[in-house]
Ligand binder design. Structure first.
Ligand code: AAM
Length: 336
């Protein structure tokens, strides 16, 4: 199997890798997110993942960068790619519950609220606008913008947004066992509220049902003039669905094979319905001999913090599949 699902057509000269950090209160619902050691602690994952990528270690809390089953956080992969490529990530805070512990560009948003109860992102319009301005600013510095995300619970907000925009989506999960019935229960309640309140405008649907990452990323897609890569899985489909609904150009999506081929979701079908043909990376974690990385192949973690897009970027910058795998192995082993 080839490392990448398609040939690289563009080799950037000055890429910017920009993960968007945000919270949704849905991550605190027990059983909804595996991106953190407990439901309450998932809100810290974006901050701790960013710390790991920027500093190479987590010091603000006594937490290891692996799941309880020994599966490395996707931030480990992103860290390895930043080092391999000699890049510094540009973190964007679209709405975090707690202050970040690494430098971030603050869009002055708020954490996403529970969309079953009230509008999740009342500031969606402002976040879109600020994302657009940031995208335009970055256009002067860079020819390729790779946008990642870290939003625990974000697959569920994306489910709500995609359904609200008319797509019959089934989304991925950080868990091996995708908590579909819990997600369906939440999406059902949110869609009922959208119908009851007569919300039809795409950005209003995101304000009602989404999380702060979605409008910020979509605004950046509109504002940036160079090559755009959305680095992520089903969460990035909701960003692309929003840009499509607003008549903005369609971005490219890069993810891992673990999301692309996830039998518990319908990533390919929804990407096709939006008009996208995503590129995916197969890093061959099953053949590395590392039992934690091999768990990606059975559906644990799968993707996150732009890991798939970071590996794509490393290929676009000329690194081979085996160089990329070796860099990941070195980083993973340093944290074992
Ligand atoms: C981010 N950090 C992660 C992780 N993600 N650490 C471990 N596993 C992950 N999958 P869900 O909706 O199930 O919470 O999945 C979305 C989260 O999973 C996002 O934060 C994404 O970046 C990834």
């Amino acid at each position: 199997m080839a490392f990448l699902s398609e040939e690289i057509t563009y080799h950037p000269k000055r890429p910017v890798f920009a993960p968007i950090l945000a919270n949704t209160m849905l991550s605190k619902v027990p059983g909804i997110s595996g991106a953190g050691p407990s439901p309450e602690k998932t809100v810290f994952t974006p901050i701790l993942d960013a710390e790991l990528i920027a500093d190479g270690r987590i010091t603000s809390m006594p937490i290891r960068p692996n799941t309880p089953t020994g599966c490395p956080t996707p931030a480990t992969i992103t860290r390895a790619m930043m080092q391999l490529c000699g890049l510094a990530p540009f973190f964007i805070n679209a709405g975090l519950e707690h202050p970040a512990t690494t430098p971030t560009y603050h869009l002055c948003g708020e954490p996403g609220r529970d969309p079953r109860i009230s509008d999740a992102v009342p500031m969606a319009g402002m976040l879109y606008q600020r994302g657009r301005e940031l995208g335009a600013f970055l256009s002067r510095l860079s020819d390729m913008l790779v946008i990642g995300e870290c939003v625990p619970g974000g697959t569920t907000t994306s489910l709500c947004v995609l359904r609200g925009l008319g797509y019959d989506a089934r989304v991925s999960s950080s868990f091996i066992d995708n908590p579909h019935s819990l997600k369906e229960e939440i999406a059902g309640a949110v869609l009922q509220r959208i119908r009851d309140e007569g919300i039809t405008e795409p950005l209003d649907i995101v304000a009602a049902a989404g999380d702060p990452m979605i409008p910020a990323a979509a605004g950046m897609v509109e504002g940036f003039s160079g090559e755009i890569i959305l680095a992520g899985g089903t969460q990035m489909l909701s960003v692309a669905a929003l840009t499509k609904a607003r008549g903005v150009r369609l971005p490219k999506i890069a993810t891992t094979i673990y999301v692309h081929d996830d039998p518990s979701a319908n990533f390919r079908e929804i990407a096709g319905a939006i008009g996208l043909s995503p590129v995916y990376v197969d890093p061959g974690f099953g053949e590395t001999g590392h039992s934690g990385l091999a768990r990606y192949c059975i559906g644990e973690v799968k993707e996150g913090m732009g890991a798939g897009g970071a590996m794509y970027l490393a290929r676009a910058l000329g690194h081979t599949g085996s160089m990329i795998r070796d860099a990941i192995m070195r980083t993973v082993e340093a944290y074992s």
